[in-house]
Design a binder for this molecule. Structure first.
Ligand SMILES: Cc1ncc(COP(=O)(O)O)c(C=O)c1O
Length: 407
């Protein structure tokens, strides 16, 4: 009789009661991957069968300080001991809003929610309420969430859901100007990611002239410049991700890393858009929960006190240098794109991500959990040992790609 792993048994049960067995971005990214995870500590994670990995996905972004960071866990536990979901928010909501306004340069106010999609959607609603206009421009291929207006899958979406969107090409100011001209006097906002991180493609850093051009266009037209900082926020910079570029948005959307893995999202905005933010009715049963807010206050404190952004950058650069050395040694043509803390690796001429799949599966077997079609994430918990183990795994992964190519 075949012995089944815990993961296999869970998958079989899931197939009966969960549509498709699993859905969304956490459906296992390949046959080699476990579907179900048991836990994690620091930069290590374990699947339900007890296999250990160095975590290079960080729960797809939320885990920034490492799993079960002591300061964050203590703050969450302390808040949980007195209350979480109540008839009104805890005092920590005001503490957190003040902290975000102090930490993020463009922010004069904060509204909280749960997921990144809540935040990006709310940015559009606030921009429309403030301007009295309808059209929002987004970059073709950019991901802003899973609501009908922005989901990448067409199933269940009506043309009306998208009727008020216009499209431009990231880093191409002329394309934004054309899309803005098509929107005419109905342009409510322009949404943009800090850099181009479309899943499955080489990543592209922002051209500062493009960012400045968007700012100027929004100033000319009165439209909101909306930065979708859901994926990058507090991983690239302790402030909005465009602060180093010198461009401040009017509204920004946050989630993922702001509470080191607790469910929380935020919209931050400037005074010019405070009126719109006051008019809209935005709420949710769990949007005021105090535990994630306490976790966020502790996360931002730890990011500052522990120099976490710098640690991630240093470890991300070491990972990049190690991987690029290995690719050269195996004589494989690769592109390693994006900021070192959120890198993505592609192989030249890799149709359908076949080589990326071989690479990722072997890296997993060697103990590094990364992804064949989505950018990776480096956390501040990554130690020298974690890095060495990850690089051993990627070396084996390049060997597997070489073998797959039959040379
Ligand atoms: C840039 C960006 N915006 C929005 C979202 C949506 O966030 P959530 O999945 O929390 O709704 C994501 C999620 O990956 C994202 O990467």
């Amino acid at each position: 009789m075949t012995e089944h792993t815990t993961d296999e048994r869970l998958r079989e049960r899931a197939r009966a009661v969960i549509p498709g067995g699993m859905y969304g971005h956490q459906a296992a990214p390949g046959a080699a991957y476990p579907q179900f995870m048991r836990g994690g500590r620091g930069a290590r994670i374990w699947d339900v069968d007890g296999n250990e990995y160095v975590d290079l996905m960080c729960s797809y972004g939320p885990v920034v300080l490492g799993h079960r960071h002591p300061r964050v866990e203590a703050a969450a536990a302390e808040q949980a001991a007195s209350g979480d979901c109540q008839n009104g928010p805890g005092p920590v909501m005001v503490d957190l809003a003040e902290l975000l306004v102090q930490t993020v340069r463009h922010a004069d106010w904060a509204i909280f929610a749960k997921n990144g999609t809540d935040a990006t959607t709310m940015c559009c609603t606030i921009a429309r309420a403030q301007t009295g206009r309808d059209k929002i421009l987004v970059a073709t291929g950019a991901y802003h969430g899973a609501a009908p207006w922005c989901t990448p899958r067409p199933a269940g979406v009506t043309p009306q859901d998208r009727a008020n969107l216009g499209h431009y090409t990231f880093n191409d100011l002329a394309s934004v100007r054309s899309a803005a001209a098509r929107a005419g006097d109905d342009l409510a906002g322009i949404m943009v990611s800090p850099f181009k991180h479309d899943a499955g493609y080489d990543q592209e850093l922002v051209d500062p002239a493009f960012a400045r051009g968007l700012r100027a266009l929004c100033d000319e037209t009165g439209a909101a410049l909306i930065l979708d900082d859901v994926r990058c926020g507090f991983r690239l910079h302790l402030g909005s991700s465009w602060e180093p570029v010198g461009v401040d948005p009017d509204l920004s959307a946050w989630s993922k890393a702001i509470a080191n893995g607790r469910a929380l999202a935020a919209v931050l905005g400037n005074d010019a858009f405070r009126g719109g933010a006051q008019q809209v009715f935005v709420t949710g049963s769990f949007w005021f929960s105090a535990v994630p807010m306490a976790a966020a206050v502790a996360t931002i404190g730890a990011l500052k006190d522990e120099g976490a952004i710098e640690t991630m950058r240093r470890q991300g650069e070491a990972l990049r240098d190690g991987i690029l050395d290995q690719a050269r040694a195996w004589d494989l043509a690769v592109r390693y794109t994006g900021p070192p803390v959120m890198p993505y690796l592609t192989f030249a001429g890799d149709q359908g991500h076949e080589l990326a799949g071989v690479f990722a599966a072997q890296a997993l077997r060697g103990g590094a959990y990364l992804h064949p079609r989505h950018n990776w994430f480096v956390s501040a918990a990554m130690t020298g040992d974690d890095l060495a183990l990850a690089l051993e795994a990627t070396d084996q992964a390049f060997a597997a790609v070489r073998k797959h190519l039959g040379q």
